[in-house]
Design a protein around this ligand. Sequence first.
Ligand SMILES: Cc1cc2nc3c(=O)[nH]c(=O)nc-3n(C[C@H](O)[C@H](O)[C@H](O)COP(=O)(O)OP(=O)(O)OC[C@H]3O[C@@H](n4cnc5c(N)ncnc54)[C@H](O)[C@@H]3O)c2cc1C
Ligand code: FES
Ligand code: FES
Length: 1308
Amino acid sequence: MEGGAELLFYVNGRKVTEKNVDPETMLLPYLRKKLRLTGTKYGCGGGGCGACTVMISRYNPITKKIRHYPANACLTPICSLYGAAVTTVEGIGSTKTRIHPVQERIAKCHGTQCGFCTPGMVMSLYTLLRNHPEPTLTQLNDALGGNLCRCTGYRPIINACKTFCKTSGCCQSKENGVCCLDQGINGLPEFEEGNETSLKLFSEEEFLPLDPTQELIFPPELMTMAEKKTQKTRIFGSDRMTWISPVTLKELLEAKVKYPQAPVVMGNTSVGPDMKFKGIFHPVIISPDRIEELSVVNYTDNGLTLGAAVSLAEVKDILANVTRKLPEEKTQMYHALLKHLETLAGPQIRNMASLGGHIVSRHPDSDLNPLLAVGNCTLNLLSKEGRRQIPLNEQFLRKCPSADLKPEEILISVNIPYSRKWEFVSAFRQAQRQQNALAIVNSGMRVCFGKGDGIIRELSIAYGGVGPTTILANNSCQKLIGRPWNEEMLDAACRLILDEVSLPGSAPGGRVEFKRTLIVSFLFKFYLEVSQILKGMNADPKQLSQDPVGHPIMHLSGIKHATGEAVYCDDMPVVDRELFLTFVTSSRAHAKIVSIDVSAALSLPGVVDILTGEHLPSITTTFDFLTDADQLLSTDEVSCVGQLVCAVIADSEVQARRAAQQVKIVYQDLEPVILTIEEAIQNKSFFEPERKLEYGNVDEAFKVVDQILEGEIHMGGQEHFYMETQSMLVVPKGEDREIDVYVSAQFPKYIQDITASVLKVSANKVMCHVKRVGGAFGGKVTKTGVLAAITAFAANKHGRPVRCILERGEDILITGGRHPYLGKYKAGFMNDGRILALDMEHYNNAGAFLDESLFVIEMGLLKLENAYKFPNLRCRGWACRTNLPSNTALRGFGFPQAGLITEACITEVAAKCGLPPEKVRMINMYKEIDQTPYKQEINTKNLTQCWKECMATSSYTLRKAAVEKFNSENYWKKKGLAMVPLKYPIGLGSVAAGQAAALVHIYLDGSVLVTHGGIEMGQGVHTKMIQVASRELRMPLSSIHLRGTSTETIPNTNPSGGSVVADLNGLAVKDACQTLLKRLKPIISKNPKGTWKDWAQAAFNESISLSATGYFRGYESNINWETGEGHPFEYFVYGAACSEVEIDCLTGAHKNIRTDIVMDVGYSINPALDVGQIEGAFIQGMGLYTIEELNYSPQGVLYTRGPNQYKIPAICDIPMELHISFLPPSENSNTLYSSKGLGESGIFLGCSVFFAIHDAIRAARQERGLPGPLRLNSPLTPEKIRMACEDKFTKMIPRDEPGSYVPWSVPI
Ligand SMILES: Cc1cc2nc3c(=O)[nH]c(=O)nc-3n(C[C@H](O)[C@H](O)[C@H](O)COP(=O)(O)OP(=O)(O)OC[C@H]3O[C@@H](n4cnc5c(N)ncnc54)[C@H](O)[C@@H]3O)c2cc1C
Ligand code: FES
Ligand code: FES
């Protein structure tokens, strides 16, 4: 073995060598910090988001082929890269050299908003094209399955990708012979901005062609190295870890004898996350490098033998090939494995992970092990003692020593036998999301019959996700042998298996009754599948095509997003003597801090300081948001898990994080611990004041109505999941106590104020700069301020720059999210569906501190009536104080919750009246000129129009009939259709909250610099501002530049949020431009044919200022909570959405078939950006109402702290058809060019999917004789769908008495 080897690999065609490599280093920090290639982003660190995707290429000297595959840099140890070529987003193209067609098309098709996910998307697509220059649509969807985007809703990204497909133009839907890129925005009149721009900015013909010959070649040096047979084991080492890479089987076995406890790292997708998230440390790692015997693929008489090192992606390709070639009766197992390999993780993980690593890891939720276990597979093992074979059976999966690998043994390969005639194998899984999500329960089932007699000869059933290992129901299967395949057998099988595979009520992962139901539902599905085959029957659903939207002006930073050149906060280079700050947070929900011992942490190398609350002064200014948290770090008491207690400052991130783990805090638990809204109500734990709004005479109205119903709905919270975690870099200037704060935030002024207060300096010494934000959605308004103030304190104290970047798990834990809600309603209505009286109570779970919770309640009350006129309405609202991290603003700000409660009530009224919900919606809708509950006049003509248009474009009536027909013909599958209207009020509650400012400079060369108070967080506000300046100054877009937002140029900014950033700042930019034009009018009229350069020079010569500020004082906005009257909103955004879904009653899975959205957007300033906002918000809303679920332990600990546990919509979730159209524009004199703010409203339209699922469940229940009221809480997850479709299986499962066990999680 060779010690102290030199690591050699290539990055973007350049050789990288490392003599003293630390085996703990992953490729992502190496690229970002060491090579300064910051295009590759950190999003989660655990393989779950795809932001860090790079392409890895390896040469195989035996096959002489180069394999290109996508990989997650965050899980790739650099030591594993010896001899590999890495390509990052910077390596494929840049604005300085040549943009790659992938980069160009993603940008020009508007596939970027905040741009943080874009480099990862680009690299996934690029890698696909390296392997398949003309991919199919399936390959496209598959290639992007491991990449998350929180902004775009994916559609524009898919559109960009489709331009590479063989068959297509961009959309592959050339209806009427018109491509989506050619037809404008849904037939809207074009944006007629002085003919400077047109809707048809980019047609496919303009795109750079994809020329595979132009790509980076694989480095010849690496090929030569790989061909050399003389290589020896390489060893890389640091003080803490040794990495051994044997290159022959013999050396591998020797290493295993020497270090029997060392893991054999192949893809590192199991060992890596365990080390990172569970703190499991391995002093020695053995990582075989291209050992031939581990990569065998042998076709034997009995089956297939696959080497342990074959990647899961390769297994998938091999199996796809085999199933094409061999008869179906031989490939039952391969088909089943393929089915799971299609949804197992994303392509990055599948390409990194090995078959051997997957099997040996024995994850309880492994998708492949249950199948391999029922399939009589065997494992070929090798050690210095020799070869042996063991079965992949239950004992192996349970790690029984007699059936397991010995510590010095290696798994060489796996035999997967062919199936035989009369043998059938099936795979089942149900996850929170259809793809790239660990299964909640999965299963492998195999049955073998006697020749044509239907009598069970062999039966094997295994389940994953229902215990600490994969579980086999061997006893039950044994008892069923000899029985015929009929309903009696099924019934007996269900009972036996429920008995054998038992799950305690407190089982980790929760969802116990759902899991029990899935156990029997899968069995039933298997029964049906096999019965159908036996009867020679089969059916296959067909896919529908998709329809995209058009686009005019590309996001200003689109190309830079796609090339990785766009600079986010943590992409800023390291500043001299920079320190890193990380937090220690409370692990208790409510406790007294008895002691904090920082001595062990302080003694670690590189640790500079540890701050506690005692070091930091209390905040002296009055910040509404901090009422209860005037101490930034807790000293005496903690009120939630995740509350900040200490800040550790060290020379590097690694040192700071290691030290943070050494801080010892002793707590004494305090009572009460209030987690849920119900507990808060019981304990009267509310933030003052209660809010109330009353209109008409509710009590009198209840006396005259035909019917009264009372109900309630609970709605879970939501995590922002902006792709860029909270990030800041604070640099003291060393002079006059000046300090610069570079931060990813929505509210620079707040950061400036709180920092000034903590540092005890005036605000003019603190400058806060925001270049761009990688997604925010409300989560970077208040929370960032506290983090930045502490970071600034540390920087100031040590006179050194300090960087603080939260890890994903910390970010989700500390920063809170959307408020969970409980809505109670009492509705009085007539038999024809008219609701005459409504009495509502809203409770939100505010968490431990006030933050913006009361404001959320207020907005919820003011907006709750949505599109309906309730003549007598009373609503009251409370913000509940609980022991959870405090919740905050999130896109929609109370409306998505309040609106859902109202719609749920209407749906129930409809059921009581025996009327279709859409009819009751229509009957109660506002009439054109009307009055809101707070007595503001309103004209809802466009609401009615949106509703009618949506009815028409969605062919509602026809499709409703089709859905009913489908439902009458299918028992286990049901479809649902629902339509909801939208009236989204725009306004901020006060005039002052709407003021905005801008600064416009004209330089002597005729170029213009625009600055304004809005933050670019993906919504494209900077692009719109340049459009405004361009229109006002009648100047080409290319002459105008925008650098970012800073308190230095625009003081006293309001937070960016509430859908009005472009509205308000646009009016300020317009004002500044008009001031300049007025000043320059005499000059321009003297030389009307001159250029801006001429005019600027002339103005300078005449001493006329070429710089102007612009100002907008804010919309009229007021509300008097005493009288419940006012004019809080400037205008209303109207819309309607119709969604169709299909549910699987046995598993709870749902498919989004089609959504039609019609919106009234006024005159759209930039239809591409506006469609992007609607679409992105809709998909985020769909996630909110259907799959995004936060889980808290009964002790108040958040479990769902990353993309592997918390599922936001992925590419697989978007409706198969999504149509968005706008109403013809109408005048709106007070807003910017009659445009409307669209950032938030689309979220609510996601609930059309909720109600479509509701409709499908109702159909299922009706058929099962359960017509009663149907109350479903949000999110409507697979668990809730399944359990609501009650049937003999849900009745069959054992139920635990409430209180007889401690549940794994509590619904907060
Ligand atoms: C983001 C993410 C999503 C995922 N989603 C899914 C999913 O949907 N479904 C699913 O089933 N799984 C999923 N997984 C788990 C994934 O399938 C496993 O992590 C993976 O298969 C392990 O393979 P590996 O090569 O990376 O193992 P490694 O991490 O390299 O090794 C794992 C273990 O196997 C041992 N080992 C490896 N090879 C050998 C050998 N030849 N001989 C002896 N011991 C060996 C090692 O000692 C180690 O203990 C996911 C993982 C991630 C990170
Ligand atoms: S950062 Fe690597 S997958 Fe999220
Ligand atoms: S553009 Fe994809 S996360 Fe923002």
